[in-house]
Design a protein around this ligand. Structure first.
Ligand SMILES: Nc1ncnc2c1ncn2[C@@H]1O[C@H](COP(=O)(O)OP(=O)(O)OP(=O)(O)O)[C@@H](O)[C@H]1O
Ligand SMILES: [Mg+2]
Length: 242
C-alpha cells in the first residue's frame, strides 16, 4: 500500500529526515514513536505532500503510484487522508461545510457522522475556531470519517482527548481501519503517531517504529516498543545499534 524508500526531507533548508525506509502493507496499521522534534510529523506531512517539505532524495509509492512529487490533492484523491497534529483554524468556513468538502463526491449524512463523534453542536461553528484541544482532534476525525481514506495518517489522535471521548475516538479509528473485519479482509491501512500508546487499547497495531533524529532506529511489536521506551527511555533507542 505505502512504500517509502531512502526518503530525505528538508524544511526551510535544513535536513530533518535523513533516509527513511518504511512499508505499510494493505490492511495493516503501524505506529510511530519518538521524542519531540524527531521528525514524526515531518514524515506524515511529507507523505501528504504539504508544500514546505522538500524531498531531496528517495521515493514514496502508494497503491502502485509514484507519489513522490505529485500535489496534495492528487494524493488525497488516490486515497490518503491526514489528521493533523495541529490543524489550522479556518475562519469563514463552517465545520458542516468542511465535512462535506472532506467527503469529496461521497454521499454522507453529516449529522449522523457528527452524532457518532458527539460533535453535533460544532457543525455550525467555524472550523476549529475556539475549539478545545480535544474538540480539535474530534473535528479532524469527523472530516476523516467523511473522507474514508484507504491510508489513514493520524498525528497524535489522542492528544488532549478526555478519557470518555478517548473510547469514542478509539472505536471510530478502529472502524476507519476496518478492525471489525478479519485480518485478510481489511482494506484500509494506517500510520499513527502516538506518545502515550493509549490508542493501542482500542485497536491492534501490526508494527511499530521508533524515530530518533530523523531516522528510524528500531521496529517491532508496538506494545513491546512502548514498554521498553517506558522502562529505558529514548536514550536506549539512540544508543542501540541493532
Ligand atoms: N520551518 C522550520 N524551520 C526549522 N526547523 C523546523 C521547521 N519546521 C520543523 N522544523 C524542525 O524539524 C524537527 C522535526 O519536527 P517534527 O514536527 O517533525 O517533530 P515531531 O517528531 O513530530 O515532534 P513532536 O513529538 O513534538 O510532535 C524539529 O526539530 C522542528 O523544530
Ligand atoms: Mg509531531
Amino acid at each position: 500500500m505505502l512504500h517509502i524508500e531512502g526518503l530525505k526531507v528538508e524544511v526551510a533548508g535544513k535536513e530533518i529526515l535523513h533516509g527513511i525506509d518504511l512499508h505499510v502493507p494493505a490492511g495493516e496499521t503501524h505506529t510511530l514513536f519518538g521524542p519531540n522534534g524527531s521528525g514524526k510529523t515531518t514524515l506524515l506531512n511529507t507523505i501528504m505532500g504539504l508544500s514546505q517539505y522538500q524531498i531531496t532524495a528517495g521515493t514514496i509509492r502508494f497503491a502502485g503510484h509514484d507519489i513522490t512529487h505529485i500535489p496534495t490533492y492528487e494524493r488525497a484523491r488516490l486515497g490518503i487522508g491526514l489528521s493533523f497534529q495541529r490543524p489550522p483554524t479556518i475562519h469563514g468556513v463552517k465545520t458542516r461545510d468542511m465535512v462535506r468538502i472532506a467527503a469529496g463526491g461521497r454521499e454522507v449524512d453529516v449529522d449522523a457522522l457528527a452524532h457518532q463523534l458527539n460533535m453535533e453542536q460544532f457543525l455550525g461553528r467555524d472550523v476549529n475556531a475556539g475549539f478545545s484541544g480535544g474538540e480539535i482532534k474530534r473535528s479532524e476525525l469527523l472530516q476523516l470519517l467523511a473522507r474514508h481514506p484507504d491510508m489513514v495518517l493520524l498525528d497524535e489522535p489522542e492528544s488532549g482527548v478526555d478519557l470518555e471521548n478517548m473510547a469514542l475516538i478509539g472505536s471510530i479509528i478502529a472502524e476507519l481501519l476496518h478492525k471489525d473485519r478479519k485480518r485478510h479482509r481489511r482494506e484500509k491501512s494506517g500510520l499513527i503517531i502516538t506518545h502515550t500508546g493509549f490508542i493501542l487499547d482500542y485497536l491492534e497495531a501490526d508494527k511499530g517504529y521508533v524515530m530518533c533524529n530523523g531516522t528510524i532506529k528500531c521496529h517491532g511489536i508496538p506494545r513491546e516498543l512502548l514498554s521498553s521506551i517506558r522502562e529505558h527511555g529514548y536514550e536506549e533507542c539512540i544508543a542501540c545499534r541493532i
